[in-house]
Design a protein around this ligand. Structure first.
Ligand code: SF4
Ligand code: SF4
Length: 350
């Protein structure tokens, strides 16, 4: 192939990558592009994505796109509400779209600043009003880097083009490829007929791009498993496991009637810290990933026999009763809420 032909092929690939990253960024960003109303028929975006994926010879992407092509027509208002539940809130979304949340277990952590420095160093201006480590902004930044590569190739500046390509690959490996595929996989499993295949496409494309494809031998650390409770009824909801879980995969959720120990598998790194902390050795790691957020332990809230208010969970009371081997009046006194206990204590001192 002659020099000009090589540049043409490279240009087509850089251009295809830029389009695919940009379209993926747009597809996950509120208020959502109009084409999502008819993801299964005749939309120019799917056509563009198919062309791009073929250009990059990505069978996994093409498989995901075929699934998308089978999706029925959608009501855009409902789809927007669904998108909010998956990635935005209010309340806890299915999966967080922020890198900092996944890596630093908090919003706007050091990862967020690191990403912002990349944008600044390469002259990109992310939109105001959103954090720099949002999934769509990182994808749009990749699109920007590949557009710069394509532009350099169009102007026959092969050396400049190589610099842009290498920086795009570095950024991809350092940031998006380290966490967005997991977001994509969670969506693929739980996000329905539109965001499911889009999630699958996202995961497959980033993995292939970063050379992390399972097919070619993964460099991703093997996940050791997700916590399960050997005997749920023995768990006294002490929350020690919650306190050591740095990714907040484990958390307590409380309603007026119940206290739950919850697991969000999408956030679990399989580090095993929770299993080592449980004072009763009740937690162990299981390789099977639960389908979405699950309650590992559920206990009714206790009702104070004196004032009738709900207070701690029955599981917590039972755990204390068991530890103290409490019977009779001692057992009975543990059923009262803190205020009534204090009042009774004050009364008996008079
Ligand atoms: S293994 Fe346990 S501590 Fe580690 S991330 Fe998962 S739930 Fe949290
Ligand atoms: S699993 Fe163990 S550490 Fe976690 S709340 Fe239950 S008893 Fe406490």
């Amino acid at each position: 192939m002659r020099g000009r032909d090589v540049l043409n092929v490279q240009y087509r690939i850089a251009h295809a990558r830029a389009r695919l990253y940009q379209e993926l960024a747009d597809a996950f960003e509120a208020p959502l592009p109009d084409w999502l109303r008819k993801p299964g028929s005749d939309n120019p975006l799917t056509e563009a994505l198919v062309t791009a994926a073929r250009e990059l010879e990505s069978p996994a992407c093409l498989r995901a796109l075929n699934q998308l092509a089978n999706a029925p027509a959608q009501d855009l208002t409902q789809l927007r509400a669904h998108h909010a539940r998956l990635l935005v809130g209010p309340g806890l979304p299915l999966v967080s779209p922020y890198e900092s949340w996944h890596k630093d277990a908090q919003m706007s952590g050091s990862t967020s600043q690191e990403v912002a420095q990349w944008y600044e160093a390469y002259g990109a201006e992310p939109p105001a009003g959103e954090l720099p480590d949002h999934m769509c902004i990182e994808l749009a930044f990749l699109a920007y880097l590949y557009r710069q590569e394509a532009f350099a190739l169009e102007n026959e500046q092969a050396e400049d083009a190589e610099i842009w390509r290498k920086q795009a690959q570095r950024f991809l490996r350092k940031h998006p490829a380290r966490w967005i595929p997991q977001v994509g996989e969670t969506l693929a499993k739980q996000a329905g007929v539109v965001f499911g295949p889009l999630g699958e496409l996202l995961a497959a494309f980033l993995r292939e791009e970063a050379g992390l494809s399972r097919r070619t031998g993964s460099t991703v650390k093997k996940h050791k498993g997700f916590p399960v409770l050997a005997q749920p009824e023995a768990c006294g909801l002490c929350s020690f496991c919650v306190q050591v879980c740095t990714t907040r995969a484990l958390y307590i959720s409380e309603s007026n009637t119940e206290t739950n120990l919850m697991l969000s598998p999408a956030r679990c790194t399989g580090c095993g810290a929770c299993t080592k902390t449980c004072p009763d050795d009740l937690l162990m790691l299981d390789a099977r990933q639960p389908d979405g957020v699950v309650a590992l332990r559920t206990s009714p809230r206790a009702i104070c026999p004196s004032c009738g208010n709900v207070h701690v969970s029955e599981a917590e009371i039972e755990a204390v009763v068991a530890r103290l081997e409490a019977t009779g009046s001692l057992r009975q006194s543990l059923m009262y809420c803190v205020d009534c206990k204090a009042r009774q204590g004050a009364g008996s001192r008079k």
